[in-house]
Design a protein around this ligand. Structure first.
Ligand SMILES: Cc1cc2nc3c(=O)[nH]c(=O)nc-3n(C[C@H](O)[C@H](O)[C@H](O)COP(=O)(O)O)c2cc1C
Length: 336
């Protein structure tokens, strides 16, 4: 058990925010696997203030597990105003998290996301301004730095000075976006040098990844993002290990098929069949990516999934052929 501000976090695994993926139904689906804290997709501060439909959709969720609303923006007072408005709209928001790591051009162009790391003082001002306005913990998600400027320590100093309640660090620079090996070596022992909990992010695809990277950094929390897409049981493996020391085996294709269909049901209920299928054409193949000889099936799932019936047809065929096989960690593809 650890704490973000006064909020008790029961478990190590934080479900990472992924725009276009970690919607409410995705987070609800992942929760029973052992998620201790969930983070919403990034949400525009101005969108919340103006009550835009898309932004308000991100605010709709229930009380469990603890959930952080992630906001992006660049102006301390606008972000504070948005935080206040969000909490008025949904009292189930447990934490306000500020995106200081997004490298996408349309976000950076406005001085938001990872552009904020170019101005560490402003990072602190943002947290200070929000903390003055709302009564929930306030956290930030940062990167190592930008270009050759590895300035995360300076940014963390400013954030801590502003009484941030926790910091997530994605161990890549802005320019590295989402590819290449994260540089956990650069943040060795970082938790010890911090006064608030550290959550690490970047290429957590297996229990061994989590053990290595927590070992190196001493982090309190482990963020699972892409590694959990199509492999929800990874969260259970990490959660269980840190509770009991037990290393659970990987799941079977049988289980993967059941979970993929459960996710499909949730996505359809949340978004309707057509939109759900758009998402599932990207996500369903990942449920079988840890199998030898699965490429043809992955391609079919990516192309032929047009409705729930077609998804079931392919998944049941996969189950008939290799249902008892366990997914293999060494076959999981990273960086995609
Ligand atoms: C498609 C996609 C969307 C993302 N959206 C967000 C976001 O909205 N907010 C955020 O802080 N990080 C976002 N991220 C970054 C992830 O939360 C995570 O830090 C990053 O993917 C590294 O972890 P991983 O290598 O385990 O996936 C996104 C990543 C991906 C791949």
């Amino acid at each position: 058990m650890w704490k973000i501000g006064d909020l008790k976090i029961d478990g190590r695994v934080v479900l990472g925010p992924m725009s276009g993926v970690t919607s409410r139904s995705y987070r609800d689906f992942m929760k029973p696997f052992g998620v201790a804290l969930s983070v919403t997709e990034m949400t525009s501060d101005v969108g919340v203030i103006h009550g835009l439909r898309r932004s308000m959709d991100y605010l709709r969720f229930g009380p469990n597990p603890p959930t952080a609303l992630q906001l992006f923006g660049s102006d301390p007072s606008v972000l504070a105003q948005a935080s206040e408005a969000a909490l008025k709209a949904n009292r189930n928001i447990d934490v306000i998290d500020i995106n200081m790591g997004c490298p996408v051009a349309k976000v950076v162009r406005n001085g938001s996301g990872s552009a904020l790391m170019k101005d560490p003082k402003k990072c602190g001002d943002i947290i200070r301004s929000i903390k003055r306005t709302v009564d929930v913990p306030v956290t930030a998600k940062i990167r190592l730095g930008y270009g050759s400027n590895i300035n995360y320590e300076q940014v963390i100093d400013e954030l801590e000075g502003a009484e941030v309640d926790a910091v997530t660090i994605h161990a890549r620079t802005m320019e590295e976006r989402y590819t290449g090996t994260p540089h956990y070596d650069l943040i060795r022992g970082l938790q010890e040098r911090m006064s608030v909990p550290l959550i690490i992010s970047g290429n957590i695809y297996s229990l061994d990844d989590a053990i290595n990277d927590v070992g190196m950094t001493g982090a309190s929390g482990i963020m699972v993002a892409r590694g959990g897409v199509g492999n929800p049981f990874l969260i259970t493996q990490i959660d269980r290990y840190y509770r009991t020391g037990e290393k659970l085996p990987n799941p079977t294709i049988d289980q993967q098929v059941d979970w993929c269909l459960e996710l499909a049901d949730g996505l359809i209920a949340e978004k309707g069949e057509e939109l759900a299928m758009n998402i599932l054409r990207g996500v369903a193949p990942k449920f079988i990516s840890g199998c030898y000889r699965s490429r043809a099936y992955r391609n079919r799932l990516a192309i032929e999934t047009t409705d729930l019936e077609s998804l079931k047809k392919i998944l049941f065929e996969i189950r008939d052929r290799m249902g008892s096989e366990r997914i293999r960690t060494e076959c999981l593809s990273k960086d995609n």
